[in-house]
Design a protein around this ligand. Structure first.
Ligand code: SF4
Length: 387
């Protein structure tokens, strides 16, 4: 692994990733792994904080996500790729950090406060629902990743987990209430100093810093304080014009096949006021087309303007001046998407064909992660006079 800072990040295993996940987090991970010592973790325990009732798809989701990570360019020779549940020290450290974490800090967690607000709004509905029903709380930005924490902000979809069942769980579960402590443990276990996050995850990193500071002030210096790394990421629109999210069902998967890719692009949201090719369009967000055109947003990502007229800037001018229609514009976008999507699928399939490859990578990653985590826990136990 490279030197530099120690980077820790994770993703909740939600299955196949979409373009929002790639441009919002994964692309950045690949770049970070070239310059820093990186730990990338499938935070399967975090998944349980909101998705504990249905674990049947968990293993498939972990594998599908790992294949996307690898096909996108995460190289196990350059970073440690592992599952959180393979390193029991995450749980031990979370337990011990929980001893020094005031509950008021967790109650002030914006995600928790959002949840309580949503619960207050839905309480009447909850009491009337059937025992097995669940409430979806779309505004709950539980995320993931963040330290995990890359919560993938795009994964508001994650939020539509079964957060609150109707029976006896009207204030959420202890695991969810305490997940910022588990996030802190994830980060601090590896001496993570640089944590790639989205803006909405900043409070969680601040909480991890507070927990580290409090632990150090009581037991002596053990933990380095992590710093957030805010990397500007393009907002990836889904096919309906909203932010791309699994929960909205508007995603384009990284491994999308050619037919479904074509169908999604040809059916994507554009500018409702541009009926004829000669109508002037509004490709970017503006009062006339508040979300902006989904197709144009993808042109900006995949249609480089280095070839002058063929680039996204030329498309923008043609659209605004009524010199191109949406069908032609979509077909043009497809020509720019076909190559990258084909390359991704081929790489993914070749990894998938290598029997046991993902499992080997996880095993090796867990071995390397455990070695670091065990050393940290020795220091923690000594500091707390537990050993
Ligand atoms: S011409 Fe292209 S950029 Fe303009 S609204 Fe249609 S699809 Fe969007």
């Amino acid at each position: 692994m490279a030197g530099g800072e120690i980077v820790f990040s994770g993703m909740r295993p939600t299955g196949r990733l979409h373009l929002g996940n790639y441009w919002g987090a994964l692309k950045n991970w690949v770049e970070l792994s070239r310059a820093h010592t990186c730990y990338f973790c499938v935070v399967d325990w975090h998944m349980l904080t909101t998705g504990y009732e249905d674990t049947a798809p968990l293993q498939d989701n972990i594998r599908e996500m790992a294949l996307d990570w690898l096909a996108a360019g995460l190289d196990p020779a350059r970073c440690v790729i592992f599952k959180q549940s393979s390193v029991a020290e995450h749980a031990e450290l979370a337990l011990l950090l929980g001893m020094v974490t005031p509950m008021s800090w967790l109650r002030n967690n914006p995600t928790w406060k959002d949840q309580l607000q949503e619960l207050a709004k839905t309480r009447v509905g909850l009491s009337a629902s059937k025992p097995e029903s669940v409430r979806i709380i779309p505004s709950l930005g539980v995320t993931s990743v963040g330290s995990a924490f890359v919560r993938p902000e795009e994964d508001e979809g994650d939020v539509e987990r079964r957060l609150v069942s109707s029976e006896g769980n009207s204030e959420g579960n202890y695991g969810f209430f305490g997940y910022p402590v588990l996030q802190a443990a994830d980060i601090l276990l590896y001496g993570g100093t640089l944590i790639p996050v989205g803006q909405d995850q900043l409070p969680h990193i601040e909480l991890a810093r507070e927990i580290a500071r409090r632990f150090n002030s009581i037991y002596g210096q053990v933990f380095a304080e992590p710093k957030p790394l805010l990397t500007p990421a393009p907002r990836v629109q889904g096919t309906d014009g909203r932010k791309m999210s699994k929960s909205y069902g508007n995603g384009i998967e990284l491994a999308e096949g050619p037919e479904s890719l074509k169908a999604k692009i040809m059916g994507a949201y554009t500018d409702p006021k541009k009926i004829r090719a000669t109508d002037p369009g509004h490709p970017e967000p503006c009062p006339e087309n508040p979300p902006g055109c989904s197709i144009f947003a993808l042109h900006k990502l995949y249609n480089s303007d280095e070839y002058g007229k063929k680039g996204w800037r030329a498309r923008r001018e043609e659209c605004m001046q009524g010199r191109i229609g949406c069908v032609a514009c979509k077909r043009d976008l497809l020509t720019h998407l076909e190559g990258p999507f084909r390359d991704f699928r081929e790489k993914r399939e070749s990894i998938e064909r290598r029997t046991g490859e993902v499992e080997r990578i996880f095993d090796e990653g867990a071995r390397r992660a455990r070695a670091v985590a065990a050393e940290t826990m020795k220091r923690v136990r000594r500091a707390m006079r537990l050993a």
